[in-house]
Design a protein around this ligand. Structure first.
Ligand code: KIV
Ligand code: ZN
Length: 492
């Protein structure tokens, strides 16, 4: 089974603008270990005190994966890595003439000599060594083999071919990896960048032709256009070539979300496997197809990778998706009503606008004539929060003509408000919060925030939303809207 070396915490952290705190690195490392990666490149120990702290902490965790630190051809890099108690070092040696002459301002002889000495230096400290040829794809293969031969002679544990600037083609990958596996009797790895969008195909090509370890990052983050993405390599390997990894695919999405959140690098909506739209259907034909047989338009089942299928509405929407969404909202519509709803949805979509859940709810209420006076209304809300007080909210709401004032405390002001709302309506309804989601509609700290909640009463579940520039108000509005909808349901 091929192995995965995850370099999210080293090459991934080299993404412009990304800098992780030690505790964030530990959090991600544990997640990667749970996911099943075989090796975690935790960073480059020489970089800074904080970096060393992070790597050391990761090495102290109860983690099954091998923990590795990146090093250059310098004793101080190896010393710094060893001080962090890592299992292995990733010793990177420039092998192309361009890198040797222009970047290192040295020559091939010196590279060979240093490589030999530094491997001895690391081995004397009982470190495993992964020897990587930086810029292998633009190097003379004969020289790469010379460097690797020295490595093997000196007892390195693994070798790695690096496509440092993402210019490799699957055909050359196959040829070069075959040559390396013919010449060397230890595991060969592959490290690909995505400058031309070929990182995944080249990685897969290497694995199919004898490479035993692939270097990847979560969400493909990394220098410039990034590295081969872990989720793409795992899923395309599995689906297209029967390549299996020691990975639990169901955890791919939550790992991806964590990395996106902590690095602050958002996922593009159309990113394979983990993007917002990867399992979302809008067009009528697709939705109908998926509802009839999901394989019509889903090459991977969403649940296989920890996702859920979604239907969105817009000008391409057909009856099937609206029907599925209405079912989700607990609403039934006959054929004519459904057609009318679809036509109104398309009308908004045709104006180039996004059709929001609230738009759909209003349309449905109008078409089905189910709108009734709100039973629960917010009268007053007061929230106290800060670094020295327990977040507390007091809410006064009018329930069927009677004013009720209740308060709640929580882990934060939103949590406190939601508890206060639930408490205040408890005499008339026992409402549970099933799901809570926030979306910033526009950018900036003054952005309009949309809060979407799913609330439950008995066996009825409804979705509701609130949209305000104030997240607390948007949350309370969404909760109260949900309560009204559930109470409306009761009356049907
Ligand atoms: O892309 C690359 O060549 C690297 C090496 C330094 C391993 O990240
Ligand atoms: Zn790299």
């Amino acid at each position: 089974m091929p192995k995965l070396l995850d370099t999210t915490l080293r090459d991934g952290e080299q993404t412009p603008g990304v800098s992780l705190k030690p505790e964030e690195k530990v959090w991600i490392a544990n997640k990667l270990d749970g996911l099943g990666v075989d090796v975690i490149e935790a960073g480059s120990a020489i970089t800074s005190k904080g970096e060393r702290e992070g790597i050391k902490k990761i090495a102290e965790e109860d983690i099954e994966a091998e923990i590795c630190s990146y090093t250059r051809l310098l004793e101080e890099d190896i010393d710094a890595a060893n001080e962090c108690n890592v299992d292995s070092i990733h010793l990177v040696v420039p092998v192309s003439e361009l890198h040797i002459e222009k970047k290192m301002e040295t020559d091939k002889e010196e590279v060979i000599e240093k490589t030999s000495n530094l491997i001895d230096y690391a081995k004397n400290q009982d470190l495993k060594v992964i020897l990587s040829g930086e810029d292998s794809s633009r190097a003379d293969l004969e020289f790469l083999c010379d460097v690797f031969s020295v490595g093997v002679e000196k007892g390195v544990d693994r070798l790695c071919y690096c496509d440092t600037v993402g210019v490799l083609k699957p055909e050359k990958t196959k040829k070069d990896i075959k040559e390396l596996t013919k010449n060397f009797n230890i595991p060969i790895g592959i490290h690909c960048h995505n400058d031309l969008g070929y990182a995944t195909p080249n990685t897969i090509s290497a694995l199919r032709n004898g490479a035993e370890e692939a270097h990847v990052t979560v969400n493909g983050i990394g220098e410039r256009a990034g590295n081969a993405s872990l989720e793409e390599v795992v899923m395309s390997g599995r689906k297209l070539y029967d390549l299996d990894f020691n990975i639990k695919p169901k955890l791919l999405y939550e790992t991806s979300e964590l990395v996106s959140r902590l690095t602050g690098i958002p996922l593009s909506a159309n990113k394979p496997i983990v993007g917002e739209n990867a399992f979302t259907h809008e067009s009528g034909i697709h939705t109908h197809g998926v509802l009839t047989d999901s394989s019509t338009y889903e090459p991977i089942s969403p649940s296989e990778v920890g996702r859920e299928r979604k239907f969105t509405i817009g000008k391409h929407t057909g009856k099937s998706s609206v029907k599925a969404i209405l079912e989700d909202m607990g609403v039934e519509a006959d054929k004519e009503q459904l057609e009318e709803i679809v036509s109104r949805v398309k009308e908004i979509g045709d104006k180039g606008k996004k059709v929001t859940t609230a738009d759909l709810q209003t349309i449905v209420e109008t078409v089905l004539k189910i709108y009734k006076e709100a039973k629960v209304e917010l009268e007053e809300l007061t929230v106290v929060s800060g670094n020295k007080v327990t977040p507390t909210a007091s809410v006064e709401i009018e329930v069927e003509g009677e004013n009720i004032l209740k308060s709640g405390t929580g882990t934060g002001p939103v949590d406190a408000c939601i508890k206060a709302v639930r408490e205040s309506i408890s005499p008339v309804a026992d409402i549970e919060l099933e799901d809570y989601r926030v979306e910033a509609i526009t950018g900036g700290s003054d952005a309009l925030v949309e809060v979407i909640v799913r609330v439950k009463k008995g066996d009825k579940i409804v979705s509701a939303r609130g949209a305000r520039t104030d997240i607390i108000m948007a949350s309370v509005e969404a909760m109260i809207e949900g309560v009204n909808r559930l109470m409306m349901e009761d009356e049907k």
